[in-house]
Design a protein around this ligand. Structure first.
Ligand code: ADP
Length: 359
């Protein structure tokens, strides 16, 4: 646990690794230290550097200005949306814009209520406590957080048995920023303690293209506009993936001593990496193929799908399927996942009449 502005905690770094499952050519273990450091250095620091997500950014600006005018901490904020879309970046930006410190941790890292006491009592007025994967907090820890969020107080028990005493401790008013890829898993009592909600959605190609050009400038990569767009179109609407594809393209061009990157070169490199024109990689295609071949097009439950692919259910739900759903390759029904007409077309297959009935 570190306290600082604009830096990244080791826990978030693990999150980076987890999220990288979405492009199977780069397994988490293959993400180099350099990749991780570059990812941190490409992180937008100010709200003006945060590209896209106009609605959330515009609303956040108003809240920031109002809180600053009143000289009050911001209300607790819940950021939801798929991995790699900027939730961590935004929490650091909030601290930067408010001129306060940020302490970053994650739901699974806080195993007992006691872990929180040190963190909470060390927060200064207006500081940001960022909890990534907040939906994974244990019930006990969650309940310990309620009075801290609501009235900036915590109760802790000292001593045991007949000598046990409850001590109330007043905290400085702070802002909890929670991030979740699965807002549906958040309990109602926890959700109700947040005052501000922003949902981040997949980025438009135009926005990703701007992010790529900005990153290229920071990394001194010579890339033209069309090439940025080509990478953006294959980045699954996700800035983290856009930056990673840019770095892989840079690796290839550096080794082949290519000075500047155009659309053709970028396209060829991404093809070689198994990222197709729609931005789907080997594991995406495996998921779609498994639904079509092993489950007759669906519907199939996520547990059966995960078992057939030898993947973790969480990997499918958190990092693979959100984009496939958004881009229209998958449909989720009460009975399970269904491959759509677009999925068959993408795999170069013809759906049978029975499968067509599912669309
Ligand atoms: P999340 O917390 O949602 O998983 P991050 O905040 O870690 O996502 O973002 C991953 C990376 O993507 C960041 O390091 C940053 O380089 C880039 N990024 C995310 N959102 C933006 C944005 N709006 N503008 C520019 N870069 C972004």
């Amino acid at each position: 646990m570190r306290k600082e502005t604009g830096d990244y905690s080791p826990l978030s770094k693990r999150q980076v690794l987890l999220d990288n499952r979405s492009n199977s050519f780069l397994k988490p273990s293959e993400e180099t230290e350099e990749d991780i450091i570059l990812n941190i250095s490409l992180r937008p620091k100010k709200l003006s550097e945060f590209i896209g997500q106009k609605e959330a950014v515009d609303n956040l600006k108003v809240c920031l200005t109002a809180a600053k005018q009143r000289k009050e901490p911001l209300e607790h904020i819940l950021l939801s949306g798929p991995a790699g879309l900027g939730k961590t970046s935004l929490s650091h930006i909030i601290a930067h814009e408010m001129g306060t410190k940020i302490t970053a941790t994650s739901g699974p890292a806080i195993t007992k209520a006691g872990d929180l006491i040190g963190i909470l009592t060390n927060l200064g007025k207006g500081d940001i406590l960022f909890i990534d994967e907040i939906h994974r907090l244990s019930k006990v820890v969650e309940e310990f957080l309620y009075p801290a969020m609501e009235s900036f107080q915590i109760d802790f028990i000292i001593d045991k048995g007949p000598y046990a005493k409850t001590i109330k401790f007043n905290l400085k008013p702070f802002t909890l920023v929670g991030a979740t890829t699965r807002s549906g898993l958040l309990s109602a009592p926890l959700r109700s303690r947040f005052g501000i909600f922003y949902h981040l959605d997949f980025y438009r190609i135009e926005d990703l293209s701007v992010i790529i050009r900005h990153s290229a400038k920071l990394l001194s990569i010579d890339i033209d506009e069309e090439a940025s767009r080509e990478i953006a179109a294959r980045a699954r609407g996700t800035p983290r993936i856009a930056n990673r594809l840019l770095r892989r393209v840079r690796d290839y061009t550096q080794v082949s001593k290519i000075k500047s990157i155009n659309r053709e070169i970028a396209g060829q490199i991404l093809d070689n990496l198994g990222i197709d024109k729609a931005g789907l990689d080997e594991i995406d295609r495996k998921v779609l193929k498994s639904i079509v071949d092993s489950f007759a097009g669906g519907p199939v439950g996520v547990n059966s799908l995960a078992a057939s692919l030898n993947e973790e259910v969480d990997t499918i739900v958190d990092t693979i399927e959100p984009y496939l759903l958004k881009a229209g390759y998958l449909k989720r029904t009460s009975r399970g996942r269904i491959a759509t007409a677009l999925a068959y077309e993408h795999l170069g297959l013809k759906p049978k009449e029975k499968q067509k009935e599912l669309f």
